[in-house]
Design a protein around this ligand. Structure first.
Ligand SMILES: Cc1cc2nc3c(=O)[nH]c(=O)nc-3n(C[C@H](O)[C@H](O)[C@H](O)COP(=O)(O)OP(=O)(O)OC[C@H]3O[C@@H](n4cnc5c(N)ncnc54)[C@H](O)[C@@H]3O)c2cc1C
Ligand SMILES: NC(=O)C1=CN([C@@H]2O[C@H](COP(=O)(O)OP(=O)(O)OC[C@H]3O[C@@H](n4cnc5c(N)ncnc54)[C@H](OP(=O)(O)O)[C@@H]3O)[C@@H](O)[C@H]2O)C=CC1
Length: 456
């Protein structure tokens, strides 16, 4: 009987995404001789480049796909193993190809991907169906959404008249960002169960999302609705009730019926309704506790409920007692931070060194771009978990900037900064030092006061 050769490693890291790669780098920088294996489904790994600390907690970096050999050259004690798991890239460019022939598409979902896609798609009518009253519920409140909506219109030459609205209260506390059970960027007929690397911030860089029409951007909003049913044109024609009729006699490959009673024909439907942690391969025969959002529960040392097994990034759910100013969101930045911290924890365990929860989990911070505006989110930017006991200060200049501050008990606990506001560092400090700002009142957002000088 032939015996399979078995190789053991001191550490095995699964996943060549940002969390896995950062974990490998951190671990090997602390214990260069450690025998480490990186198992990843794709031939490329994700590498962080041009890392820049923007402020105490805000960080900016580029992400590049690189052959895994680059990592092996850098770390001689690392072995990269390409597992048999099917790679994400089997249907590469499928979306672009479908879009190039499309005249109308429907986008369902109201998170980061829908926001980016709606803005990027040109030459095609877009019907955007969202569950909420406003766009971008995972990142914004209704005020920020109102600020962004004009950017969706083709003519962007709006006036920049100031419309300062100093104070209002939310109708109801914004819910925490929830993770959902669907897979992104699916056409109507693509398989929903293939897991791969999350594409990340630059997924649409350099890609032209152009449809078959001459129009630039044409977006129709359908608020407060979900998908009731999908039909093909064949199903439609064979439908005994004849409840659905092709508009203007035009036939479409697929029809979508929304819960608001409207039905649209379109070339294809994009489901941008969240990510699913890919825990399935790890569950069989093990005792991993899963969180409500399907992630592997991890403690404040990134350890799962199985001893010696750590998890970081999209696949895990942070189950330690969070700082009052931090929440988990499945973002590139958090994947890097968690991977880095997991690497440190793993090394600390082996070296018998004590380790405390890293400072990066003190304050939620995220810097990104939506509709071509710089967007900075700090702390409880949507009043997450604060109930009615919070107050908002807002300053808005149409087409230029939107600044929202969340105050609780007179202290700043969160902020949304859209546009070139230059306020991130000052606000980050005010949130971190929890200074009582009651005496400043609305002056805090007075555009005629240089706030940086004010607090120096
Ligand atoms: C379209 C899109 C746009 C995004 N834009 C942004 C953005 O602008 N800003 C931002 O901060 N975040 C963004 N995100 C989120 C961000 O990309 C993720 O949070 C981040 O990449 C997660 O990193 P990760 O290392 O945890 O997981 P991934 O990057 O998903 O990496 C997981 C790795 O594990 C491998 N793998 C999975 N299962 C197995 C297995 N069974 N065996 C072996 N290998 C396996 C995969 O092949 C992959 O290499 C975006 C996500 C998407 C999908
Ligand atoms: N620039 C950035 O920072 C970007 C970040 N990302 C990240 O990538 C990941 C994937 O993005 P994305 O897919 O947009 O996920 P998100 O979690 O950001 O958003 C999913 C959206 O779909 C809605 N939704 C969920 N289920 C349904 C349903 N059945 N019908 C209609 N709507 C539904 C959710 O509403 P509800 O919240 O009410 O459940 C939410 O608005 C996220 O972690 C996101 O943060 C993606 C793109 C850009």
């Amino acid at each position: 009987m032939a015996h399979k050769k078995e190789k053991t490693f001191q550490f095995v890291i699964v996943g060549g995404g940002i969390a896995g790669v950062t974990c490998v780098e951190q671990l090997l920088s602390q214990i260069p001789s450690a025998d480490v294996a990186l198992i990843t489904a794709s031939p490329h790994i994700k590498a962080v480049t041009n890392y820049k600390q923007v402020s105490k907690t805000l960080e900016k970096f580029d992400v590049e796909e690189r052959p895994s050999s680059v990592l092996e050259e850098k770390f001689p004690s690392l072995t990269v193993i390409h597992s048999a798991v099917k790679s994400l890239h089997t249907q590469a460019h499928a979306f672009q190809k479908c879009l190039s022939k499309a005249k109308r598409i429907v986008i369902v979902g109201n998170g980061g991907i829908a926001l980016e896609l709606v803005y990027e798609v040109e030459g095609c009518e877009v019907i955007w169906a969202v569950k909420d009253k406003a766009i971008g519920n995972t990142f914004f409140d209704a005020g920020a959404a109102e600020f962004l909506i004009p950017s969706l219109e083709a003519d962007k030459t709006e006036s920049t008249a100031s419309c300062k609205r100093p104070r209002y209260t939310t109708e109801e506390p914004a819910p925490g960002a929830s993770q959902t059970a669907d897979k992104n960027l699916q056409g109507h007929d693509s398989g929903p169960t293939e897991f791969g690397s999350a594409l990340g911030p630059d997924w649409h860089e350099g890609i032209v999302f152009r449809g078959a029409e001459q129009v630039s951007r044409r977006v129709t909003m359908e608020y407060q609705c979900e998908v009731e049913k999908l039909f093909t044109s064949e199903e439609l024609l064979n439908s005994p009730q004849q409840t659905l009729k092709p508009e203007n006699g035009q036939s479409w490959p697929v029809y979508i019926q929304l819960t608001n009673g409207k039905t649209f024909g379109c070339d294809f439907v994009v489901s941008a309704t969240g990510v699913v942690p890919n825990t399935e391969p790890f569950l069989h025969g093990n005792n991993f506790e899963l969180a409500d959002d399907g992630g592997l529960q991890v403690d404040d040392h990134m350890m799962t409920t199985e001893p010696d097994v750590y998890a970081a990034g999209d696949v895990c759910t942070a189950c330690w007692e969070h700082s009052p100013l931090w929440q988990q969101m499945r973002l590139w930045t958090q994947a890097r931070q968690m991977g880095w911290y997991a690497g440190r924890c793993m090394a600390a365990y082996v070296l018998s060194e004590p380790i405390e929860l890293d400072f990066c989990f003190e304050l939620f911070s995220h810097i990104t771009k939506f509709f071509n505006y710089k967007v900075v989110l700090l702390g409880k930017f949507n009043g997450q978990g604060l109930g009615p006991n919070h107050e908002l200060l807002v300053r808005c200049t149409k087409g230029q900037e939107y600044v929202k501050v969340v105050l609780s008990g007179g202290k700043m606990v969160g902020a949304v900064l859209i546009g070139e506001t230059d306020l991130e560092e000052t606000f980050e400090n005010l949130i971190l030092n929890q200074m009582d700002l009651t005496m400043y009142g609305e002056e805090l957002l007075n555009p005629n006061i240089d706030i940086e000088d004010y607090f120096d």
